[in-house]
Design a protein. Structure first.
Length: 291
């Protein structure tokens, strides 16, 4: 169930009637009455804290308000700095044999905590796997899952049946990937880790499957984590193979203690990168339609 919040309290003596809190409130909680902001639909409050954050005279008290210095007149980073960081961040698939301290992982997750969520649900959950034995076990289960999947798609009848669940295009994609994955399997048999890249930590995010905002919430939170990891000198790589395995193998889902009514909405490896990228890369032009 969604967390319920107490409505904001408006200090009428301080209120100057600027109307900013009414304009900023996404839940229609506040209205102007007699030229003062007033709470009229308190039970609609989603706890976003916008009302208190926007008030120039501190006339609103709310549990979501945070103490301390607020944002300045300009963003903390320039557009050029943000673009440079976005272009610097790479998908890292080569890690040093060095654990990521728990305090660093906590700072990475803290960045995810401040990602926006639909209706301010703040429903994203995190699973951190950092024990070498636990990562090895997760790798073993994930490889076993894909071995089963590819045994199905190699078989004509199995592929037809499988396509009823995932669609023909997905099956065709999996069939095209068989040579590549067979090569990866050979490397794995030789002791190389082509799945998690010997990463010292794994991060999985999950949330309620029934919430239509959960996919967005989880993806944005994990991307926030990836940007913070980059600034802390920690490399990462989003891992769709693990995400799909979690959502389609009940054994893996139970092992990670993910509730039955939740889905995994992102996973990534984390570790100190072995290879340093010396240059930026190009990307295709944005596919934008202007109306």
């Amino acid at each position: 169930m969604r967390r319920t919040y107490s409505p904001p309290e408006v200090l009428q003596r301080r209120c100057t009637g600027c109307n900013l809190c009414v304009e900023a409130c996404p839940g229609f909680v506040l209205e102007m009455i007699n030229k003062k902001a007033s709470v009229v639909r308190g039970d609609w409050c989603i706890g976003c804290g916008h009302c208190g954050a926007v008030c120039p005279v501190a006339a609103i008290r709310h549990e979501a308000s945070a103490a301390g210095k607020g944002p300045g007149p300009k963003p903390a980073a320039s557009p050029e700095q943000i673009m440079q960081m976005l272009r610097e961040r790479r998908s890292v698939r080569a890690y040093r044999d060095r654990p990521v301290p728990k305090k660093v992982l906590e700072r990475i997750i803290e960045a995810g905590r401040y990602a926006p969520t639909g209706r301010n649900s703040q429903n994203v959950r995190y699973v951190v796997v950092q024990s070498p034995a636990e990562i090895a076990r997760l790798r073993e289960m994930t490889i076993a899952f894909y071995a089963k999947v590819f045994s199905w798609v190699r078989n004509r009848f199995g592929a037809l049946l499988f396509s009823l669940f995932v669609g023909r295009r997905t099956v065709a994609y999996l069939q095209e990937s068989i040579p590549k994955l067979e090569h990866a399997k050979e490397l794995i048999d030789q002791g190389e880790d082509c799945l998690f890249y010997n990463a010292p930590a794994m991060l999985v995010v999950h949330a309620e499957a029934w919430d239509t905002c959960s996919a967005f919430n989880g993806a944005v939170a994990l991307y926030n984590c990836s940007l913070m990891a980059h600034t802390l000198g920690v490399g990462c790589c989003f891992n769709g193979y693990l995400q799909s395995a979690v959502n389609n193998d009940r054994r893996i889902k139970r092992w990670l203690d993910i509730p039955r009514d939740h889905r995994c909405f992102g996973a990534m490896t984390l570790g100190y990168q072995k290879i340093r990228y010396q240059h930026l890369v190009k990307r295709d032009p944005a596919k934008a339609a202007w109306r």
